[in-house]
Ligand binder design. Structure first.
Ligand code: GLA
Ligand code: ZN
Length: 664
């Protein structure tokens, strides 16, 4: 879907404010160049205060006011917050934890995807809302629910899991084989005996020490349950209001749901983006990574449905965004393919657990610094929207992120400090620091347009994926495979093949032994032809080459001198194998070298620290987005026309702290 207009907006909760404020809110929104709001995604009890009693009058009125001011609407289905009357009447809707405890009323997302009663209530409310607003041309999109997530261990899930297993395996015998239930006498005689992997005796941290095949299938099942639940809603809206596109607000690197599959049923995906909150402060690269994940889901541009607009937290605050950062973070998303930006939230709420989550306006409703910054950003974006919306991001490099591998890596993470998300983040950051933009793709996605592909910890393998990678490399592609790839079958069993299993032929190496590094141990790694060294602190694959050339060796411990990093020529391409985790500096350096050899062109000739560069193209025109995330002014040698300031550069771009340029 290509929108000509750049939607710029806020998440708005008119139900939190007396009606007398609505008109003033809308005026202030217009003043800030806002042209869209998202509404109603938690307003179930306000719309259906008792079973079957629907009241849209308040929402109609709020929408009328907004529309009169020229503001369009994204309408949320309110299913993330089932009301109390429903929960009291049908307690089996509640989500249940692995101990069998009900996750009770009082927050949100307290429902189970597999509750048939809840599905019925969902159908009813979604039909009502869709019918009520289907002819309103000012509804520009529907958002289904809100930030899907959560695992459930209730009886509805158990029943549904049994059905899911039966469909997947056909026979119990096959399921037993795939899981290896002969281990510890876990063999199942019939479907009815199947279990959810809840609380049990042995504990290896969370999850409990269940069969890894069962655990992986449970993750797949849970994700599928969510996808089916979303589809139930999407189908209704498509039928009743076919003109309006449907989206869901996702959470970047969140990993409980296979976003590739969740995205299949949507017209476009949306991201919720909070770089800096109670739970942490992101490195400047990670919102970019989240955006790349979003763009990779449907291989198309996305919306930001919630973009940070103030200091935020639930019980305490993250750092207040510094002057310029709200604007910078907005441009960062646009640089990565956002076609719309919606700020969370319009005005800080007076009550509820998000009282501390500041928006564009403070509690007192007085426009201050953040309002003015967003106003300015909106003005710039409206002026440039013609040449921003629908631009394609141009990437020569892809990182493969598979949810199945993610789950397998979560279930047994090899080392306490190993995290699949983290390794993806490290390689992404290495590319960013080399001014190379990245696409995030699934294991079997088309790779033919990439000069370089990175396959981090792709623990699960199939013959099909092997062939896919082989085809890519032999045709001239460059592939980098890391440790903990190829060790397992798709059912989560260990492979009997010499490691890295199905990837051995590609890599031209064998993993002779490995060493998991614990208790703060590190191992030095040396690049052969350079004076560069790095440190492993998680894992060392001790390699034996079988055709590959050695690029780096370990320089410590009993495997000192053994290969750590190799390269193998295969067909017209190359396969790098990186046998250990390494510090960021080393990875950045290594990735810079390898991609250069692979013919990847960095977007700036020399790395400038804290500066991020993205390229977007349209109709043969190229736009470089240059973002200074640092606290220092930077000078970048570059020519071209700078769009935001409307100036012709004369060989040099000066960027103030947190400033942005778009160079054509
Ligand atoms: C999420 C949700 C919002 C809000 C914000 C802030 O992104 O989607 O409803 O709760 O977090 O906490
Ligand atoms: Zn359940």
């Amino acid at each position: 879907m290509s929108l000509k207009k750049l939607y710029f907006g806020a998440d708005y909760y008119p139900e939190h404010w007396k009606e007398e404020n609505w008109e003033k809110h809308a005026d202030l929104m217009r003043g800030a160049n806002i042209n869209v709001v998202r509404l109603a995604e938690f307003a179930w009890s306000k719309i259906e205060s008792q079973e079957g009693k629907f009241d849209f009058s308040w929402l109609d009125e709020a929408i009328d006011i907004l529309i009169r001011k020229g503001i369009k609407v994204v309408l949320g289905t309110p299913t993330a917050a089932p009301p109390k009357w429903m929960m009291d009447k049908h307690p089996d809707i509640y989500n249940v934890d692995e101990y069998g405890n009900i996750r009770g009323f009082g927050s949100r997302r307290h429902y189970c995807y597999n509750s048939e009663i809840f599905q019925q209530f969902t159908r009813k409310i979604v039909i009502e809302i869709a019918e009520h607003y289907k002819n309103n041309p000012n509804i520009v999109a529907w958002q289904i629910d809100n930030e899907f997530g959560g695992l459930c261990y209730c009886d509805n899930c158990l029943k549904a899991f049994k059905r899911w297993l039966k469909k997947r395996y056909g026979t119990v015998k096959r399921m037993n084989e795939e899981w290896g239930t002969v281990f510890w006498s876990q063999t199942y005689n019939n479907w009815d005996e199947a279990i959810l992997p809840g609380y049990t005796v042995c504990d290896s941290g969370t999850p409990y020490a269940h069969n890894p095949g069962l655990l992986l299938d449970y993750r797949r099942f849970n994700s599928d349950s969510c996808i089916a639940y979303q589809k139930l809603q999407v189908d209704i809206i498509r039928k009743i209001a076919p003109a309006q596109p449907v989206t869901h607000n996702m959470m970047g690197m969140f990993n409980e749901i296979d976003y590739y599959k969740l995205g299949e049923d949507l017209d476009f995906v949306s991201l919720d983006n909070y770089p800096n909150n109670q739970w942490g402060k992101a490195h400047y690269d990670s919102p970019g990574l989240s955006a790349d994940v979003m763009r990779g889901i449907k291989k198309q541009n996305f919306w930001v449905m919630e973009q940070q607009s103030g200091p935020c937290g639930w019980n305490f605050f993250g750092d207040t965004p510094k002057p310029g950062q709200l604007r910078l973070w907005t441009y960062q998303q646009i640089a990565h393919g956002a076609d719309a930006i919606v700020y969370f939230r319009w005005r800080a709420c007076l009550f509820g657990i998000e009282q501390y989550w500041y928006g564009i306006l403070d509690h007192d409703g007085i426009p201050r610094r953040r309002y003015l910054e967003i106003q300015q950003t909106g003005q710039e974006l409206q002026r440039l929207s013609e040449c921003l919306v629908g631009l394609k991001v141009f990437s020569q490099v892809a990182i493969v992120r598979s949810y199945d591998c993610e789950w397998s890596n979560i279930i047994q993470s090899h080392n306490k400090n190993f995290q699949y998300d983290k390794i993806i983040g490290q390689y992404h950051r290495a590319l960013t620091e080399n001014h190379i933009s990245t696409d995030i793709v699934n294991s079997l996605d088309d790779l033919s347009s990439y000069k370089f592909v990175i396959l981090p910890a792709h623990i699960l393998m199939t013959e099909e994926i092997k062939k896919h990678l082989m085809d890519y490399v032999t045709a001239g592609g460059n592939l980098l495979i890391t440790y903990r790839s190829g060790a397992r079958e798709w059912n989560n069993q260990m492979t009997t093949k010499v490691l890295p299993g199905l990837l051995k032929e590609l890599a031209g190496v064998e993993v002779e032994e490995f060493d998991s590094l614990n208790h703060g141990r590190t191992v030095k790694v040396m690049m052969k032809n350079e004076l560069i060294e790095g440190y492993a602190s998680v894992w060392c694959d001790i390699l034996k080459t079988d055709g590959a050339e050695i690029l780096a060796t370990y320089a410590q411990d009993y495997f000192s001198g053994m290969p750590a990093i190799t390269v193998n020529n295969l067909g017209n391409g190359k396969v790098y194998y990186v046998g250990s985790d390494l510090d960021q500096k080393f990875i950045t350096h290594m990735v810079g070298n390898f991609t250069r050899e692979g013919g990847v062109n960095p977007l700036l000739p020399e790395p400038v620290s804290n500066v991020e560069v993205m390229k977007r193209i349209m109709g043969g025109k190229e736009y470089l987005f240059i973002l200074n995330h640092g606290e220092e002014e930077v000078s970048i040698p570059i020519d071209g026309f700078e769009l935001i300031s409307n100036t012709q550069l004369k060989g040099m771009l000066i960027l103030k702290p947190y400033d942005v340029a778009i160079v054509k």
